[in-house]
Write a protein that binds this ligand. Structure first.
Ligand SMILES: Cc1cc2nc3c(=O)[nH]c(=O)nc-3n(C[C@H](O)[C@H](O)[C@H](O)COP(=O)(O)O)c2cc1C
Length: 168
């Protein structure tokens, strides 16, 4: 499958629906080439520090966290509805316990930009700019705490280095 690069200004998509309803895979690779990925439905794309960025949120118990900590690159991959089962699997099984990428029927690749998938419709490759943990002392709405059992997310702000879309 081949991908073509698009500029951030060409990103013409319903991003709230893409992330919140269709979901995405957050992926990173370790130096030895091993890859892990997990499904996410929380995240943002925007502008910060005069850079195009995405922000993603990873709880510390995720196996993926080991990979996002080990790498300076993180990628977001988006898929068509035909891959919903694969995203459900990557959001319920841990790469600690099985080869979930193979179980999901996905083919991952690693290049100088980060991790991608042959089946992805779009891949947003990022370089980490900031990582910090959400501090519950700063929650200003009492409805937020119910999402946690002490496992407050790590927030990664990543500069968007490349966006690729699958060629039909
Ligand atoms: C729809 C959906 C959205 C999710 N969003 C997130 C998220 O934004 N952050 C997070 O830490 N976990 C999220 N998860 C949970 C992880 O994907 C899940 O725990 C996964 O099995 C972790 O795999 P790992 O242990 O291999 O990293 C989500 C799961 C689903 C099904």
């Amino acid at each position: 499958m081949s991908f073509k690069e698009i500029s951030p200004n060409e990103l013409n998509t319903a991003i709230f629906d893409d992330i919140g309803n269709k979901w995405m895979l957050i992926s990173a690779a370790k130096e030895d080439g091993t890859v892990n990925t997990m499904t996410a439905s929380w995240g943002t794309v925007g502008v910060l520090w005069n850079k195009n960025v995405f922000i993603c949120f990873i709880r510390p118990q995720r196996y993926t966290f080991e990979f996002t900590e080990a790498s300076d690159k993180i990628s977001l991959s988006f898929f068509g509805e035909e891959h919903r089962a694969a995203l459900k699997l990557c959001g319920t099984k841990s790469g600690r316990d099985c080869d979930k990428i193979a179980l999901a029927g996905l083919d991952a690749f690693v290049n100088e930009n980060g991790v991608g998938f042959e089946q992805a419709e779009r891949i947003i490759y990022g370089k980490k700019l900031y990582c910090g943990r959400l501090d519950p002392k700063c929650f200003l709405d009492e409805g937020i705490e119910k999402h946690y059992d002490g496992d407050y997310h790590y927030v990664y702000i990543c500069e968007i280095e490349k966006i690729e879309e699958r060629e039909q």
